[in-house]
Every structure is written in C-alpha cells, then in structure tokens.
Design a protein around this ligand. Structure first.
Ligand code: ADP
Length: 715
C-alpha cells in the first residue's frame, strides 16, 4: 500500500476500520496521538494490554515504512498474518527465511511496499542489511521488548545494543520503544541507551482491578500446604490455577500432594522435563482439560488461558517484576481472580544465599581469569571448573564473562569485570529488598506495585488486597464496641501481644522461638535477661509447641507480623496494636493448658471410657495381636484400626514397636528428619520405598511429633 492511497483517518476511525474495536484502552490513544504528531515515546504496558495496536496504527497513519525490531522470532509469522488479515501491508525478516526470500523482502522494504516490517535484531550484524536499511523511507523506528536493551532489565540481549547504534545511523524522525516490564530505573536506562532521553513515557495498565492481592505468612511446609489447599478448595472446579514453586523438586512434591491429599488433577512443569512432556502439560492446561499446574518459572511464556482463577506463589520470587508478571496470569478474562504469595522469611534468605553463591566475587574472577589465561583457552569447561575449586554456577558465570571479553585480558579489563559483577550483585539484592518489602508491607499492596512500575493511575479495585481488608476491619473495629477477651485462649493471645509490645520497647525484639521460651519460662542461661519481663513463664504449663502454635495463629491472622530486618523479629501489626489497647477478644484456639493432659492428634484432650472403640483396640494390641488381626477380630477396616493406633501413639499410650517393626520405624524416622516436619505425610511417603504404607508412616509420624513436642528447656 503506498502512502497516497492512505486515507487520512482520525485515530478513532483507524481503530474502527482496521481493528473493529469501538474504543481505545487506557492510554492507547494518548500514546498514539503523541507519536503520530512526530514525537519519541516509551510505552510501558503489561503483556496483553494492547501495546502492539499502538505501533500498528501509528505505522498506518504515518507516511513511509515502519521498522519494528523484536526478539520474538517464533511469533513473527503469526503477528504478520494477523496484520495482513486486517488489511495492513506487513512482512517480517528473520533467519527462518531462505536468504533469497530475505533479500526479496529487503528489496520490497526499500521500494516502500510495506507499511510495517518486523525484523530480528541480529539482522543488523550484516553490513549489507544496514546499508539497505539506510535507503528506506522510514516512518518510525520501533523497538519491541525494549527492556532487552537494559542491563538492569531481567532479559538483557547483547544484539539489542546494535539497535541503538543503528538508530544513530538511520536517524529516524520518530522512535517508539515498548515493553511490558520496566521499572523507572530501567525506563531511564532504555531512553538513554537509545539516545532519546527526552522521550515521553507512557506507563499504564498495571492495575488489574479484578485481581485480589494477598500475602499469607507461611513459615513452614505444613502451613504452606495448608494455605495452598485453602485456595484450591475455595475455587473448587472453576477455571484454572497456577502454583509457582522455587524449585523443580517442590513442583513435583506439591503436585503430588494436590493429587493425593485434595484428589484434584494437577501436573508439574519444569525446565528439565522432556520437551514433549512439557508441551503436553502446557496444551492440556491451555485447552482447559487440566485445571492445575505446579511449575517453576519456566512455565508462562505464551500461556494465554483467560480463566486462570488464581496464581499461588509457593515460594517468593527474587524480584517484584517476576512476581507480578507471573501473578498477572490470573484473571485475564476480567472476572475475579486471586494472587496469593506464601511468604516465609526463609525464602528471602535462600535468595540471598543464591546471590552470594551464584555471583563470582573479586577473587573468583581473578582466579578463573588466571587459570583461563594460563591454559590459553584450551581447557575444557568442566576441567576448568574443577581446577577453580569453587561452586559450579559461580565458576560458569565468571568464565562466561571472561570469554565474552573481546580484547586481551589485561588487569584493567579484569577490574572492570569485578566492578560489573559487584554492581549486578548489588542490583539483585536491591530487587530482593523490594520483593521483601512487598511481602512485608502493611500498607496497600496494589499502590506499592503501581508506584514501583511508575504507573500513576488510581489503585482502585473491586477488592483490593489483604492489607486494605485489614484496614477496613480495623476501621469497623474502632467504630464499634468490641467484646472483651474472656476465655483462657483469648487472654493468652493478649499476653503474647503484650509481651511483644514490651519487648519491642526496650529490647531489639525477638523471633518466634525465643518468644515461646520467654512465655514458657525457660531456664536456659541466655534467657536470664528476660526474667524481669512481666510475662516471663506465664505459660509454664503449656508446651513450647503449643505456645508456638498460638504465635503462628496470631501471625497468620495478621495480629503479628515479621519485621523487615535481615533477621526478622516479631512486631505488632496495626490490628494487633488496636486489639491490645482495647483488650479485645481474638479468635484463636489454645490447646489444653494443663501440663500433662493427653493430647490427641486433633488437639483436644480425650476422655475415653473403657467401652470406647479405641480403647478396645488398645486392649487387643496389648494382648499381642497385630493391627491386621484386630481388624479381623472386630470386623473393622484396617484403616480404622490404624487410625486408632495413631491416636493411641500420639497420646503415648501405645508403643510404636507394637505396630511398626523397629527397622521400618528407623527408616521412616530418617525420612521425617529429612523432610524436617511430620505435619504432612505426602512428602515423607514420596521419599520412601513403595511398600511403606500411609498407615504405618502416620503411626511413626505421630510418635515423632509426640517425642519432638516435649519442652526443650535448658538449651
Ligand atoms: P500487547 O502487545 O500489549 O501484549 P496486544 O496488542 O497483543 O497486547 O493486545 C492484546 C489483545 O487485546 C489483542 O487481542 C488485541 O486485539 C486486543 N486489544 C488491543 N487494544 C484493544 C482495544 N482498544 N479494544 C479491544 N481490544 C483490544
């Protein structure tokens, strides 16, 4: 289509003519009007919000041909087909085409046959291509996925640097850069690198009003799986759900847990699976046949299922960009959806560990450089890694940096590399701090996200976030008279809150373990300094585990929260402060306070008569019958008898040896130690041989819990 044939349409008319859409989405028209008036721009809008429409319409409305650089070679054909269908004369040029075909298209571009041409940036490596490009009547130069230009973006691509230099050479009238993820810092970087520092920035579309945001404090495996189960059960069989884990192992374990404990179809997905298997899971999910996927961050590109009802982050990602991009896969259809982050302080520490251990330091780089230079680059990678005597990831990164150096490895060059890695490390730490900040804030999470991306739009939403919910509760709280704490559990909760209030005032705060020891009245020498606390030993009749259970409940219901310190201590939330001041009732449940009361797995003390069915089982076992024999004698299911056994073991009235052979008990105990908790059986079962049944694992788990729940005073 040549330009004289282009009717002069208004943006609105062009939108209707080529796309058939009645109206622009937020920000589209403003950006388009700015560009077609001859100005440079940077557009930051999340994926799926309608960025491509802006450059497509601009290309149609401007005289000349628009050149669009994009790294997404695999998508180019489909994108161009869609444009051609709409009546836009467009094509693409990349390495998937035969050289003759590429040449033909380049000639067409020079002749002005196309309004828009998609080009892979690596084409710029060819001098011939560059000189052809210089002969094109350019309407504008467009850079899609512009964050690839910035070293601070999470997807830096060296080929993008060529676009910046080509732009200087071509000197287009208009430059338009677009990306879905760029923090204000990356935005500045992009416009500076491109040489358009004055470009107007259009940042919008980050608010997803149908997406409810929440963070659940989940310090251990059991609470993570519990919170996850709650979300899955709440949504039932509506739509799909994605659960992101931090590791492949967790992806497999959690998927298995969902299948065995919740009886819901779930599949895992991660990078080391066979490509065909990955494609099978992905297709099943997109088509709606599979409701739940438990995945690492390898899952996502091109997942465009509209009815994803929730995204749960089982572990915290290393940056807020990564988090929001993944969470944003929920609710594309505009219906209510939920983004839940399960937060454990440990997850943050794990990232810190990776930052320290993945990133080579000064000495590491010098060491790898020395070995590399000595070997004249002739050593095999693995051999070199072995000789460096450091972690493999670290050695690989250092090696990659060193081999990327084009000139000789002078000490000045090595100094430069050291500075670079230090800056990267610091940058990753900063991203992590921001992510942690999101997890731990008690103000509006939506506002925090929008501010982070530089989006000034209002943070309105149908239902905003857990913190806003809490504020509403507090609002109601302060306006309505509340019931005073009466029961033992309610008073105990206030004692916990009070202890934190006192400690925060005169100390540097404590974590959960220490708080439990204070309340329990531990005699350990390091606890002496807390003896003056008015609540010291207030819970001397409770077990440490029970006190910790109470603290956990106060954490997960938002009365307490962990501080943002590197070693977090407990703090009162606003809700906790108000509750304490009002001495109001808090809904927590405390196990029986009496010291040696038998406690069943369900947590309630059991009063059992001699005629009770469990008691009958106990008597028969005491006579030396096996559980199988007891089941046969009583004509009850074997699972019922094992349930009785578990209950009896938990309260200490049945020895584990009566039910499970000692060697098997030892193997199961080792598995529990490995998992680190006996709260859930699936992860334990998973690492045991097939023949270990849930029945016997449960019995051993009860025994483990009983012996590990004893007060651990004195150390
Ligand atoms: P992005 O490039 O930001 O990922 P796209 O431009 O591919 O997003 O747009 C995503 C979807 O939204 C496409 O199906 C597109 O046709 C549609 N879309 C874009 N703008 C509008 C609009 N103003 N009205 C209705 N649909 C739109």
């Amino acid at each position: 289509m040549n330009e004289s044939a282009m009717p002069s349409l208004t943006p609105q008319e062009a939108l209707q003519k080529y796309f058939g859409f009645p109206a622009f989405r937020a920000g589209q028209e403003a950006a388009l009007t700015h560009v077609i008036a001859g100005n440079d721009a940077l557009v930051v809008m999340p994926t799926g919000s309608g960025k491509s429409l802006i450059y497509q319409l601009a290309a149609l409305m401007l005289p000349g041909s628009a050149v669009v650089f994009s790294p997404l070679i695999a998508l180019m054909k489909d994108q161009v087909d869609a444009m051609v269908k709409r009546g836009i004369s467009a094509t693409y040029i990349n390495s998937t085409l035969e050289p003759a075909e590429q040449l033909k298209r380049v000639q067409g571009l020079v002749r002005g046959d196309y309004k828009l041409v998609l080009i892979a940036p690596e084409r710029l490596r060819s001098a011939n291509f560059r000189s052809a490009l210089a002969r094109v009547t350019l309407s504008m130069l467009v850079l899609d996925e512009a964050h690839c230009l910035s070293q601070w973006g999470h997807d830096f691509r060296p080929d993008y640097m060529q676009i910046a230099s080509a732009r200087k050479q071509l000197n287009p009238k208009i430059t338009l850069a677009l990306t879905a993820t760029a923090t204000p810092r990356t935005q500045v970087d992009i416009v500076n690198m491109l040489g358009i520092p004055e470009a107007k920035r259009f940042v919008f579309g980050f608010n997803r009003p149908n997406l409810y945001l929440e963070v659940q404090y989940a310090p251990d495996l059991a609470s993570k799986l519990n919170h996850l189960s709650d979300v899955i059960l709440e949504f039932g069989t509506q739509g799909g759900g994605i659960i992101y884990t931090g590791t492949r192992k967790d992806a497999e374990m959690v998927a298995d847990h969902i299948r065995t404990s919740l009886h819901r179809p779930a599949q895992h997905y991660h990078g080391t699976m066979q490509a065909t298997e990955r494609a099978r899971v992905q297709d099943a999910f997109i088509s709606g046949d599979l409701p739940l996927v438990v995945a690492t961050n390898a899952f996502g590109m091109g997942i465009d299922r509209p009815d994803v009802r929730f995204v749960v982050h089982y572990a915290m990602p290393g940056s807020l960009e990564a988090y929001y991009q993944e969470a944003g896969r929920a609710g594309r259809d505009g219906l209510p959806a939920r983004a839940t982050l399960l937060h454990a302080t440990r997850d943050g520490m794990l990232h810190e560990h990776f930052i320290e251990n993945d990133t080579p330091g000064d000495q590491d780089i010098r060491r790898v450089a020395a070995i590399y230079s000595e070997s004249d680059g002739m050593l095999m990678v693995d051999e070199l890694i072995q000789r460096c005597g450091m972690g493999e990831t670290k050695a690989r990164i250092a090696l990659e940096q060193i081999t990327n150096v084009t000139g000789p490895l002078t000490s000045a060059v090595i100094d430069g590399l050291v500075v670079q890695t230090e800056r990267r490390k610091e940058h990753r730490r900063a991203l992590l701090r921001i992510m942690n900040g999101y997890a731990q804030t008690d103000s509006c999470r939506r506002r925090l996200l929008l501010d982070y991306f530089g989006d000034d739009e209002s943070a309105e939403a149908a239902r905003c976030c857990d913190n806003c919910d809490e504020q509403n509760v507090v609002g109601e709280f302060t306006n309505t008279p509340t019931r005073k704490a009466e029961t033992q559990s309610e008073r105990a909760a206030l004692i916990v809150l009070d202890t934190i209030a006192v400690l925060r005032g005169r100390d540097h705060g404590v974590g959960k373990g220490k708080l439990a020891q204070i309340l329990r009245g531990s005699e350990a020498p390091e606890m002496a300094r807390y003896k003056a606390n008015r609540n010291f030993a207030k819970f001397s009749t409770l077990r440490l585990k029970e006190i910790e259970g109470l603290i956990n409940q106060l954490l997960s219901s938002g009365y307490l929260r962990p501080s943002a310190d590197p070693l977090p201590v407990l703090m009162l939330s606003t809700k906790g402060e108000i509750t304490l001041a009002a001495r109001a009732a808090v809904n927590v449940s405390l196990r029986k306070v009496a010291a040696n009361a038998p406690v069943t797995p369900g947590g309630k003390p059991r009063q059992r008569g001699p005629e009770s069915t469990v008691e009958t089982t106990r008597l028969l076992l005491a006579r030396g019958l096996t559980p199988e024999r007891v089941a046969a004698e009583r004509a009850l299911a074997i699972s019922t008898i094992y349930s009785h056994c578990a209950e009896l073991i938990a309260e200490g009235s049945l020895a584990i040896e009566r039910v499970v052979p000692i060697e098997q008990t030892q193997v199961i105990m080792a598995a529990i130690e490995h998992v680190g908790s006996a709260a859930l059986l699936t992860p334990i079962k998973q690492i045991l041989p097939e023949e270990y049944s849930f029945h016997i694992i449960r019995c051993v788990a009860e025994d483990w819990k009983r012996t590990h729940a004893k007060p651990a005073d004195g150390g």
